[in-house]
Design a protein around this ligand. Structure first.
Ligand code: PRP
Ligand code: MG
Length: 212
């Protein structure tokens, strides 16, 4: 039997809501938290639990057909990948932030400064569009600590509640983009699986409507 292969975040902020929306679509998936793959019982679907940052490449390669992923990850690593539904959860923004005590009037104040981030392409594109050149330091997590340990003058990371910025004495100074979870589609998806995708999209749309 042909099944559509969906990537969802293995652990992290999208995981729970991603599984919840599939459940609300009436799809039962055996709890596969420790497994990397699970099969739905009543819909032709296989779930792959993957790291966020790896998902764009899996879509590109056609290893998975679709994914529930944050737009922020696609902007950074998968701007070539098509999206369909916006899923109305995991809302956040990708922001530049600096120490509370720093004088900041405009993005020009970041000229020549060191910025720590896990979103180098996103920051680079933004700063270039503003004619600012800065020195990017790529780190994969706990980015907000960088200014406090003297590693950077500012940071770029996702902000949701703002509590991580607050706890690290940083202030948000620019919003680069707003993001939420979306349904992304592999450019390699087969005709047969597109039919399954359309059934899934129909259910997702109904769920989103019912949630309003
Ligand atoms: C994420 C993100 C921010 C924080 C934003 O980090 O990188 O640091 O959440 O959320 P807030 O505005 O609600 O505080 P996460 O906790 O996932 O850890 P990581 O950066 O180490 O991956
Ligand atoms: Mg973080």
């Amino acid at each position: 039997m042909t099944r559509i292969r969906i990537a969802v975040q293995k652990s992290g902020r999208l995981n729970e809501d991603s599984l919840k929306i599939l459940k609300d679509c009436g799809i039962s998936i055996d709890n596969g938290k420790d497994q990397l793959k699970a099969t739905a019982r009543n819909f032709p679907l296989e779930v792959f639990y993957l790291r966020n940052g790896d998902i764009p490449q899996y879509l590109r390669d056609g290893v998975v057909d679709i994914a529930i992923i944050g737009e922020n990850v696609l902007v950074e690593k998968g701007s070539d990948i098509d999206t369909k539904e916006k899923l109305n959860f995991s809302k956040c923004r990708v922001c530049l932030a600096v120490p509370k005590g720093m004088k900041y009037n405009s993005v020009k104040d970041l000229e020549g400064k060191r910025i720590a981030t896990s979103y180098p392409n996103t920051v680079k594109g933004y700063l270039e569009s503003k004619g600012v050149s800065a020195d990017l330091h790529i780190i994969n997590g706990s980015v907000e600590i960088a200014p406090n340990i003297g590693l950077a003058d500012g940071i770029c990371d996702i902000v949701s509640s703002g509590s991580t910025l607050f706890k690290n004495n940083l202030k948000e100074v620019e919003v680069i983009l707003k993001s939420e979870a979306v349904l992304a589609i592999s450019p390699q998806i087969s005709e047969e699986r597109i039919e399954i995708l359309e059934k899934l999209r129909f259910r997702i749309k109904s769920v989103l409507q019912a949630r309003q």
